[in-house]
Write a protein that binds this ligand. Structure first.
Ligand SMILES: [Zn+2]
Length: 289
């Protein structure tokens, strides 16, 4: 905080004290005069608050993250424990997020089963504008992702011409294939398989429930569903889709990545199948931070 703001806060404290003193002292002399005086003092208080607001909005100091980083350098005794407390809370929050993600993955699986079959079989519900607008919007988004990554190809289809649901098949550079189920602009379900595995069932339909034969892709399927929930944002669906696709694309180095924790390619015969959501750094399941 700058010297100016500290000075302004002092002024505010002083003017507020004057108001309380005056009120605490009760009406003295002529009532009308006393009230005018009080009003003036209160105007000073609001002026002081405005000054602080202006000063604070111009304040161009270090960002929040840096300030948190500097907390343990604060010389006052009460703040010594703050940094540890804050990092502990952050870790808790991350864990909660993760568990909620896993729980929601199961739940979203169930709702999907219901919504997917009901939408495909019956189209009794009248279509609203947003549903009609969304297919084109999603098409454009998927086009955009195709341009973002040369080695990842996405193909979108809408079985039964449903306007609400879409299936996106992903092929990532001879490493993996994936099926994503969209409801509107939200990803509802993800299945990841090996490059040589089939995404289609024998009847030519996309196999959205069949899991990979390989443990490595079963793990990635689980993690990708958690990632999908992590990135999900009803407010910024475009950003959520792009973030998730960037996450999925990070598996293009799956078989050459070394784990950030132990530095090895393989652990329990598996490559690093976990990606840290923010940095996309690779970790083995057991080496996760
Ligand atoms: Zn490891």
């Amino acid at each position: 905080m700058s010297d100016t703001t500290i000075r302004l806060i002092d002024q505010l404290r002083e003017s507020a004290n004057e108001v309380f003193d005056r009120v605490g002292g009760g009406v003295e002399g002529e009532e009308r005069e006393w009230l005018t005086g009080l009003q003036k003092k209160m105007e000073t208080v609001s002026a002081n608050i405005k000054d602080i607001e202006t000063a604070a909005s111009q304040f161009n100091g270090p960002t929040n993250t840096l300030m948190v980083g500097n907390l343990d350098a604060d010389s006052s005794v009460e703040s010594f424990a703050l940094y540890t407390d804050i990092t502990r809370s952050h870790r808790w929050l991350d864990k909660t997020h993760e568990y909620a993600g896993a729980a929601a993955a199961y739940l979203s699986g169930n709702t999907l089963k219901r919504s997917y079959s009901s939408v495909a079989k019956s189209r009794r519900k009248p279509q609203t504008n947003s549903h009609i607008a969304q297919p084109m919007h999603l098409n454009r988004l998927i086009d955009g992702v195709n341009k973002m990554f040369q080695d990842m190809k996405l193909i979108i289809s809408r079985p039964g011409n449903t306007q609400l649901n879409a299936i996106v098949e992903v092929k990532l550079d001879r490493v993996l294939k994936a099926v994503l189920i969209f409801k509107g602009l939200m990803i509802e379900w993800v299945v990841v398989k090996g490059w040589e595995e089939e995404l289609l069932k024998s009847d030519g339909q996309v196999d959205i429930w069949g899991e990979s034969r390989f443990q490595v892709f079963q793990r990635i399927t689980e993690n990708a569903n958690a990632a999908m929930l992590h990135f999900q944002s009803p407010v910024y669906p475009d950003l959520a889709i792009r973030s998730f696709m960037t996450y999925l694309h990070s598996f293009n180095s799956l078989f050459s990545d070394k784990c950030k924790q132990c530095g090895m390619h393989l652990h329990n015969h598996l490559p690093p199948t976990w990606r840290e959501f923010r940095t996309l750094e690779p970790f083995h399941e057991d080496c996760r931070p």
